[in-house]
Ligand binder design. Structure first.
Ligand SMILES: Cc1ncc(COP(=O)(O)O)c(C=O)c1O
Length: 424
């Protein structure tokens, strides 16, 4: 039976769906990606700095991980994993954090899922009731969508370049009394900046103090969701990745730390993520996500456990990975610095972490969208405006992502960019 053309009229089918489903906003980045694909298909030369992903030809996943997956498949590891993760990986994550972050969590604290997304969604679902306040900075990655999906009251804190794109304790203070979930991501997608440990400590102390007050008053605690999926990709002398329990141990009872193999190990398609949190919260989140079926595939979990315990393989891989990312970020930052020195209206923030660089293209009286179009059509340079990460103001900031470009493509883009932009 050929059902093509017999699946209902689009508008009618859509009208029959839930308000929630019909209100979801699709990914802005995917819309831009489709535009680039169409231009490339017509033969345009484009330096694509949009996707937060890797080209495996430029950034292959660790060979030991791929070998481990093949071996696990050959050994018949093809049935359901435990819905909260195979015990070997949960133990390996606990050992890895103890060794590399100085955080000793019991294995009952560790939850494994299919990448970090379910953990972010699970954090919203586990902590918040409908209407509860989720407090997060903008720009940040996808919090607006998760807040929508979970019926949270989104409290957005616009952050600025002069604060390294992180909320300051003063920014957070007016919202702390109503906050139920505070979300911080460092290194930050989209800016590539890293939170100052002292700022993180002050924010954590504010949460602890607020929760002491709530304990006395009988209110539900405020939680911190700390997304550190890029923590192993740090750049620049003196850049330090701090964790909430490291800078303020008393915040641990209210902290969920999210992580994944996706970015540090260029394994976005393999879908392995993990989180650590108080065991009582982990149990609830595991129950929710178990019903969603959000677990990581079993062969990937088995192979990931072996990789995390293989210190020489991890050290060698991460050194190479960091070098490749940094070469590209540095090349871009230097190119923008040279343009600025030559009078072009651009500025870039020195790379600190993740696979991103923040660049500002300040053309007077022009929206970010108009600038994005100009860069794409006249310079063949594809960037994502901070508006795709929830920021409303048209301040000229864009995210550059380097996972899918070669140095040669970067070098070829600058002469086009110089030709396309006006000088001051
Ligand atoms: C800050 C941040 N958190 C979480 C994720 C989701 O990662 P995963 O692919 O493991 O679901 C991303 C992906 O881009 C991200 O940038």
């Amino acid at each position: 039976m050929d059902l093509d053309g017999k699946l209902g009229e689009t508008a009618r089918v859509d009208a029959s769906l839930s308000d929630l489903a019909r209100g979801v906003i699709g990914s802005e980045i995917l819309r831009i990606a489709a535009e680039i694909r169409a231009m490339k298909a017509k033969g345009a030369e484009i330096c694509n700095l949009t996707v937060g992903d890797f080209d495996p030809a430029q950034f292959p996943a660790p060979a030991a991980l791929l070998d481990g997956m093949r071996a696990a498949l050959a050994a018949g590891q093809t049935n359901y994993p435990p819905s909260d993760g195979v015990i070997g990986l949960r133990e390996a994550v606990a050992r890895y954090y103890s060794k590399h972050l100085g955080l000793s969590y019991p294995v009952e604290s560790v939850l494994i899922t299919g990448g970090a997304r379910p953990l972010l969604y699970g954090s919203y679902r586990t902590v918040l009731d409908p209407g509860d306040a989720a407090v997060y900075p903008v720009p940040s990655w996808n919090n607006n969508h998760y807040a929508y999906l979970c019926g949270a009251r989104a409290v957005e804190i616009p952050v600025r370049a002069d604060a390294n794109f992180f909320p300051t304790p003063d920014d957070l203070r007016p919202h702390i009394a109503m906050a139920r979930l505070i979300l911080i991501n460092s290194p930050l997608n989209p800016t590539g900046t890293v939170i100052d440990p002292d700022v993180l400590r002050k924010i954590c102390e504010m949460i602890v103090e607020e929760n002491r007050r709530r304990e006395r008053a009988g209110g539900k605690a405020a939680w911190l969701c700390y997304d550190q999926v890029y923590w192993q990709l740090l750049f620049g002398a003196g850049t330090h990745h701090a964790t909430p329990p490291e800078v303020c141990p008393d915040v641990a009872p209210y902290t969920i730390i999210l992580d994944a193999a996706s970015k540090s190990f260029a394994a976005t398609g393999l879908r392995v993520g993990w989180a650590v949190m108080p065991p009582a919260a982990r149990q609830r989140m595991a129950d929710i996500l178990g019903h969603v079926g959000a677990w990581a595939p079993r062969p990937e979990q088995v192979a990931m456990a072996a990789l995390l315990d293989d210190e020489p393989a991890v050290t060698a891989y991460l050194a190479e990975m960091r070098a490749r990312v940094q070469q590209r970020l540095d090349r871009l930052a230097a190119g923008f610095a040279a343009m600025r020195a030559d009078g072009y209206p651009v500025e870039a923030i020195a790379p600190q972490g993740a696979i991103y660089l923040s660049v500002r293209v300040a053309i007077p009286n022009q929206t970010n969208e108009a600038t994005r179009q100009l860069l794409l059509t006249r310079a063949g340079l594809a960037l994502v405006p901070f508006q795709a990460f929830g920021l409303r103001e048209d301040s000229g900031w864009f995210r550059i992502s380097v996972g899918a470009v070669s140095l040669a493509e970067i070098d070829a883009a600058f002469p086009r960019l110089r030709a396309a932009l006006p000088r001051r």
